[in-house]
Design a protein around this ligand. Structure first.
Ligand SMILES: Cc1cc2nc3c(=O)[nH]c(=O)nc-3n(C[C@H](O)[C@H](O)[C@H](O)COP(=O)(O)OP(=O)(O)OC[C@H]3O[C@@H](n4cnc5c(N)ncnc54)[C@H](O)[C@@H]3O)c2cc1C
Length: 313
């Protein structure tokens, strides 16, 4: 029997890429490599990964990488990405008028696509997600939200695989422990499915809401290499407003720059450095603390950086 990580590649032939660049799977498009990237197509695959991976090796569930910054030195562990059947979207129509609609989403299903599909089917309550370029798994972990709603508003239960103890097991909405951009889901938990409860709505009105949201995002948020809002908003204020007020729009460290369009976004240059992005995050945090006495909390998940830094996994 080969030693890890070759043993992992042999246990799941064709599904494991060793020494895989992970930064390129993230929307920042910078950062280093992981020991292995596993394409997970079944619960059995996860049982295999668990049985082959030594206990000290960390795991990182990867969705669309739209909230992740992986350091230039990479992640010394196994990245797990759900694929195939885990991208499913199932709608269970109510049997009587007035009842709510039950929707079961795979952890790898992508939010903007789900939002459009549900609106077209006359289902309301998930329109807000059209501008969040993540997967269901990442959105549950982060309790993603916007436009006055979030995942917590509609999640009834989730199915979770624990990489340390196995599974899957069902968690109620309460067990998810949702808070502002946070949940009880940890790096050892892989969200396989989520059950949502939504309403019956008017497709035309829903389509208009999607158009309004997309128009607002295009006008107010930059495209390119970023991972959305870097910092969570402090209570009763906006991180973007504070960063703008500190004169940091356009501020640059190496290959990373505070967006001119939205001060809470950091843009990475093509072929840029994740460590420059991290240095800029720390500079912004320190500047805001020195100027306003407010501690900004990092919403982006920082992978492979020293564990002492806030936002680090
Ligand atoms: C242009 C842009 C706009 C954005 N706008 C918003 C917004 O309006 N609101 C908002 O909340 N966010 C926003 N984001 C951030 C991001 O899209 C969300 O946080 C999203 O939920 C992350 O999903 P993901 O699949 O990309 O997760 P990733 O970035 O891949 O991972 C994020 C976290 O979730 C974990 N994770 C991923 N998949 C799973 C899984 N299956 N099971 C368990 N854990 C998992 C990861 O380990 C990591 O800790 C934006 C990002 C961009 C680039």
């Amino acid at each position: 029997m080969s030693l890890f990580p070759q043993s992992l590649a042999e246990a799941l032939p064709g599904q494991v890429r060793l020494d895989e660049p992970i930064g390129s799977h993230c929307t920042y498009r910078v950062g280093g490599r992981a020991v292995a990237l596993v394409s997970v197509t079944s619960v059995h695959d996860l049982d295999v990964v668990r049985s082959v991976t030594p206990a000290h090796v960390p795991f990182l569930p990867l969705g669309a990488g739209s909230n992740l910054l992986v350091s230039d030195s990479g992640f010394d562990g196994v990245v797990l990405r759900l694929e195939q059947d885990f991208a499913s979207v199932e709608v269970h129509r109510p049997t009587q008028s007035g009842e709510r609609v039950r929707v079961v989403l795979g952890g790898a299903a992508v939010l903007p696509r789900i939002a459009r599909q549900l609106v077209a089917a006359g289902i309301t309550g998930f329109e807000w997600a059209v501008g969040v370029p993540g997967t269901v798994g990442g959105a549950i972990r982060m309790n993603a939200g916007g436009h006055g709603s979030d995942m917590a508003a509609s999640v009834r239960s989730i199915s979770v695989y624990d990489m340390r103890t196995g599974g899957p097991e069902q968690w109620s909405a309460e067990a998810c422990g949702f808070g502002y951009r946070s949940s009880a889901v940890s790096a050892d938990h892989l969200v396989l499915f989520a059950e949502l409860e939504l309403g019956v709505g008017d497709a035309e009105r829903g389509k208009q809401e999607l158009t309004d949201i997309v128009t607002w995002r295009r006008a107010n948020q930059p495209g390119g290499q970023n991972a959305g809002s870097v910092f969570a908003n402090p209570p009763d204020d906006s991180a973007g407003r504070l960063i703008d007020a500190a004169g940091l729009k356009g501020y640059r460290i190496g290959s990373a720059e505070v967006s001119e369009k939205h001060a809470n976004f950091i843009q990475a240059d093509p072929d840029g450095s994740a460590d420059d992005v991290a240095a800029l995050i720390r500079h912004v945090q320190k500047t805001i603390y020195d100027r306003f006495g407010i501690e900004l909390h990092v919403e982006n998940r920082l992978i492979g950086f020293p564990p002492t830094g806030e936002g680090a996994e």
